[in-house]
Design a protein around this ligand. Structure first.
Ligand SMILES: [Fe+2]
Ligand SMILES: [Fe+2]
Length: 274
């Protein structure tokens, strides 16, 4: 049995710190073999940098998926071809930098991870995700039956359709992008584990990881406004999926919604009250 931990969109420094501090605990206490995270909002809520990519990989993350925010940090464009464990959605046009999938060797056999972006209420409009998946999953299945798909999309219908479309061909389809965890985890008849949205790794007292008041002001005024990443305790949202590595079939899927409290600052000259 192979146990995969997937964590949804990491939001800014609070999300990064919570994930980096928690990976070894998940591996030790919950027997996780392979960790996948969505990092599209890990750099101050917008995109991901080369340094953050390296920090997450060093902490024990095996593969980082992304989504519509992949290009928000300019220095990711020349970097992405140098780090195949950082994925961008597969349904970009040919010759786009980076890759939409990867196959990695593990002590329990080869594990494939694929990343696709939906088209309903999403920008930019990418190629048809169903057609892109059809071709890519066939290619990956020649190498391994253990395939995890991050379906980065806005609507529940598109994500459920992707899950049903891939049932029996991949081990798991988990959605990202909305930052709000759904409660529909299940294993489809063909053996594919599914969760419509993993949720986020971001501050609890927030709106999708951002400070509450600026977002409400934006809705009240319809004018652009800065909305910084919120602070405080973080929820680590995602799923743990058990897979029979010989067949690729999912055996179990369980949602993760763990509270992470940042450690209190150490006492010192700059922090007399701590
Ligand atoms: Fe996101
Ligand atoms: Fe997104």
């Amino acid at each position: 049995m192979l146990r995969i931990l997937f964590l949804g969109d990491i939001v800014g420094e609070p999300g990064r710190r919570a994930v980096i501090d928690s990976i070894s605990r998940f591996k030790q206490e919950r027997g996780v073999d392979f960790v996948i995270v969505n990092g599209e909002n890990s750099a101050a809520g917008r995109g991901i940098t080369p340094k953050i990519t390296i920090d997450l990989l060093r902490a024990g993350v095996a593969v980082i998926t992304t989504g519509d925010h992949i290009w928000d940090q300019k220095d990711i464009v020349p970097f992405i071809d140098t780090e195949p464990r950082l994925l961008r959605p597969m349904n970009y046009p040919p010759d786009t930098p980076g890759h939409g999938s990867i196959v990695l060797d593990t002590p329990k056999g080869k594990v494939a991870v694929a990343n696709v972006q939906g088209r309903t209420f999403m920008q930019p409009p990418l190629e048809n995700p169903f057609l892109a998946l059809d071709a890519e999953i066939a290619r990956l299945r020649e190498q391994t039956p253990v395939i995890f798909v991050d379906a980065h999309a806005e609507t529940t219908s598109e994500k459920i359709a992707i899950g049903r479309f891939l049932d029996g061909r991949v081990s798991a389809v988990v959605g990202t992008h909305t930052h709000t965890q759904t409660a529909d985890e299940q294993i489809f008849p063909g053996g594919t584990a599914f969760l419509c949205d993993a949720g986020m790794c971001g501050p609890v007292e927030s709106i999708l990881g951002r400070e509450i008041d600026p977002i409400i002001t934006r809705f009240l005024t319809n004018r652009p406004i800065l909305y910084p990443v919120a602070k405080g305790p973080v929820k680590l949202h995602g799923a743990i999926i058990d897979i029979d590595e010989t067949t690729g079939r999912a055996l179990k899927i369980e949602r993760v919604a763990d509270l992470y409290e940042p450690p209190a600052p150490a006492p010192g000259p700059g922090n007399p009250k701590a």
